[in-house]
Write a protein that binds this ligand. Structure first.
Ligand code: FAD
Length: 289
């Protein structure tokens, strides 16, 4: 099923992201986590895409397993910064062979110390998205950044670039994580004003590891509100307490989003089924499964 069809439903839905193992050795444990998350009956599960090699193969395999064996709609991420156009097209061909209908088209982060782009590479995600669209009837999603993408100096340029990307055939957007819902509401206002009308899925990250989170936030430019900092300061050294507080914070964010009419929310599961389960339990009277 195409995600754009799921997004037409007016009831609240939750979807999850999983990431493939960095090496084949971790494959079974990722599969096991994915199966537990699939058992929660999310509206779909997305699978991230690493830079080339084994992880990209695992993205297709895991997305196929989710859809064809576990009966949950899957969304395969696909990046182009570390691959040639021919390599990317081969992956698109494999996705088609596996019957995967949904792809998140991304540029990916530019690897350090390499010349980018070379002649047979896509420079921006919109070029990849045009190509995915030309190669089949995929439902295509793309990334957006409520706080602006780190490489863009002015938010208004980021929104212009987003509008151009969406006009290349994007069916829905998923946001970078954020910890203050007002940032999302302001972003939605700004993009709607500019004529970007596709559905936007807020990406919610339940924080369970404070050190890792501080590093990710400083790399991505995600703001840490005072309320959130207080939680990390108080519970950051106690993993179990931090996990419980992180689940509560994420649940609170999700309930506020749903209360404000946002019906489709994407959760970065970090391959932790126990976190996904706890959030779904907290939302059991609120979310349709
Ligand atoms: P683009 O849309 O190409 O934008 C990149 C930058 O270029 C932005 O600053 C944009 O404003 C600018 N830009 C775009 N078009 C133009 C133009 N025409 N002229 C000038 N500037 C322009 N990374 C992974 O490696 N694997 C994943 O699976 C993955 N999943 C993600 C999922 C989500 C929901 C999000 C939010 C991010 C994900 N990322 C992933 C990270 C992402 O690949 C990086 O943030 C990357 O730096 C940008 O990718 P993009 O697709 O947004 O790029």
């Amino acid at each position: 099923m195409k995600i754009k069809e799921i997004l037409k439903d007016k009831e609240p839905h939750i979807s999850f992201e999983v990431f493939p193992p960095k090496t084949d050795a971790g494959y079974e444990s990722v599969l096991s986590a994915t199966e537990k998350i699939a058992a929660l009956k999310p509206s779909f599960i997305s699978v991230t895409y690493g830079a080339g090699g084994g992880t990209s193969k695992n993205t297709v395999n895991i997305a196929s397993h989710i859809q064809n064996d576990l009966g949950v709609v899957s969304l395969a991420h696909l990046t182009c910064a570390s691959s040639t156009k021919d390599e990317v097209r081969q992956v698109i061909g494999k996705l088609k062979e596996e019957g995967i209908e949904n792809v998140l088209g991304l540029r990916g982060d530019i690897p350090d110390d390499v010349q980018f782009p070379v002649s047979n590479q896509y420079k921006y995600a919109y070029e990849l998205i045009q190509d995915i669209k030309s190669q089949g009837s995929f439902c295509v999603g793309a990334a957006c950044y409520p706080e602006g993408h780190v490489e863009t100096e002015h938010k208004k340029d980021d929104i212009e670039n987003l509008k151009n990307k969406v006009e290349c055939g994007v069916d829905f957007l998923t946001t970078q994580m954020f910890f203050d819902n007002n940032i999302l509401y302001n972003f939605l206002y700004r993009i709607r004003e500019k004529g970007i009308t596709v559905p936007v899925l807020p990406g919610i990250m339940p924080v369970t590891n404070s050190k890792q989170m501080k590093r990710i936030c400083s790399l991505s430019g995600t703001a840490l509100p005072e309320r959130f900092r207080a939680i990390v300061d108080r519970f950051g050294e106690n993993p179990k307490a931090m996990q419980q507080a992180g689940i509560a914070y994420a649940t609170d964010q999700i309930i506020d989003l749903i209360a404000n009419g946002i019906n489709n929310i994407h959760i970065y599961s970090m391959n932790k089924p126990e976190v996904a389960e706890a959030i779904m339990y907290n939302l059991s009277e609120i979310v349709k499964v």
